[in-house]
Design a protein around this ligand. Structure first.
Ligand code: CMP
Length: 137
């Protein structure tokens, strides 16, 4: 069964909508195979987003991701990666379809409520970044 990684970002954790977001995953038929609340160090966030290191928004992205705790979740199900991306909506909440997580909970392209793996290959890397195999069920 396909797995993907979701991060509920510091803005959504601060808004106390973690349960509402996880409920959307379950309502869409995805299973929570692992989940935890954690707080990224600067080194963690820079490593996780290394692919964006040369982008102009990199420093703001890292500053934001370490500004508070996050909830990381392994979602499992048929087409889990694509399904999660559909539920999240566009990266920029101003462009996100009504009813998506980002349309409903995000405030800006930086504070955009959630991250989701963008390929099945990256999902494996991102899941391994946060979870040991024994934590995934
Ligand atoms: P995320 O899916 O976590 O991946 C990288 C993040 O960088 C993205 O969500 C946005 O929150 C943030 N970001 C800020 N500016 C941009 C931009 N111009 N293009 C893409 N991502 C951006």
């Amino acid at each position: 069964m396909e797995q993907t990684l979701s991060i509920i970002k510091p803005d959504a954790v601060a808004k106390n909508v973690v349960g509402q977001i996880l409920a959307r995953f379950e309502a869409a038929g995805l299973r929570i195979a692992a989940t935890k609340k954690t707080r990224l160090s600067r080194v963690d966030a820079e490593a996780f987003y290394a692919i964006h290191a040369e982008r102009p928004f990199f420093k703001d992205l890292v500053d934001f991701m370490i500004s508070g705790p996050v909830v990381v979740t392994v979602l499992e199900g048929e087409d889990a990666m694509a399904k999660n991306r559909e539920l999240m909506g566009a990266t920029n909440p101003a462009e996100a379809e009504p009813g998506t997580i980002r349309a409903d909970f995000a405030d800006s392209i930086d504070a955009n409520a959630v991250h989701g793996s963008d390929s099945v290959e990256n999902a494996k890397i991102e899941i391994n970044f946060f979870f040991a195999q024994r934590e995934i069920h």
